[in-house]
Design a protein around this ligand. Sequence first.
Ligand code: AMP
Length: 367
Amino acid sequence: MTAKRVGVIGSGQLGRMMALAGTPLDIEFVFYDEATESPSARLGETIQPSTSNSLESFLASVDVVTYESENTDADLVARINKSKPVYPGENSLRRSQHRLVEKNTFRDLGIKTANFLRVTTKDELIKATKELGLPIVLKTTTMGYDGKGQAVVKTDSDIDSAWEALKGNELIAEAFVNFSRELSIIAVRDIQGNTRTYPLAENDHSDGILRVSQVPVTGLSQAKQKEAESYITTLLDHLGHVGVITLELFDTDSGLIANEMAPRVHNSGHWTIEGTASSQFENHVRAICGMPLGSTQARQSNAAMINIIGKHGDREKVLSIPNAFLHTYSKTERKNRKIGHINLIADSKDEIENAITELTEFINECG
Ligand code: AMP
């Protein structure tokens, strides 16, 4: 039996894009979030957790539950799972919420990572700098994202400031990876265990925020493509994951190194909306509702995604470019806030590059 009504914990742009993909499949969406004027607001009812019997009402109105963020309360997910299926399951969620657990999972599965050590005292930090070799990246094990809760220790003289910035948290020290670029792979697994992978994307960040994703990754060897697919499929099967998962990778001379996973649809996969036969959002909905998965094949040879950050910018300009697709999130302008994205599809890298050049003003905050 296929589910008809999806409950989403959260009501941001990821839920909105799930609903935009699921509505043609006759799926209805209900959002569980305190905010009511949010990106998903026009796509289904929002139930506010602070209202009485909210969780009961939410669960009574849906067949299956999913979430938008890896910071979703895992205890809430466990509680919900007693009465309604939640996908991705608690196992995927908890493992991606803790960097040490996550990296140990990678290591156990033969997925290469940077060497790492747990750090809870300054002495352990000093020891880690010696054992791992400088530089190291020091991160909080929980609640860190987009480079927040992190410090790079380049020389011994950075140890004090890194410790002062992050002490009081459980920490992970990672050897610094000399990567040439950052990549991600997205895959989906259905309830029966069938999996599909999307082409890898190359991701450009600045100030810890994803700016541009491009597909295909230029010059990526078949061996690396296979390595990434094998990593993510192994991970999906091991976790018993249902829905979309994302694995962020560093590209290095000695192969791909896994950085982190997200048990959800991902910003680096927004290009799949126009770029593939079935987008990450559609396949996530299909998977969690018990429907057959759709094709993850690219529609054209090249695609890109530009995040619209901070300011809406010149929308007319985007709309005037034939192979550009504007996606807005109904969000107000605010510094560093992701408020939309532009997808580009083309038959050549040159066409993509030309469109990116025309849209350069969007790559950093629009003026
Ligand atoms: P994260 O929050 O783990 O995604 O890290 C944010 C960013 O910091 C990544 O996108 C990388 O650019 C950089 N970074 C994280 N870990 C490492 C590492 N071990 N070596 C080098 N750079 C890193």
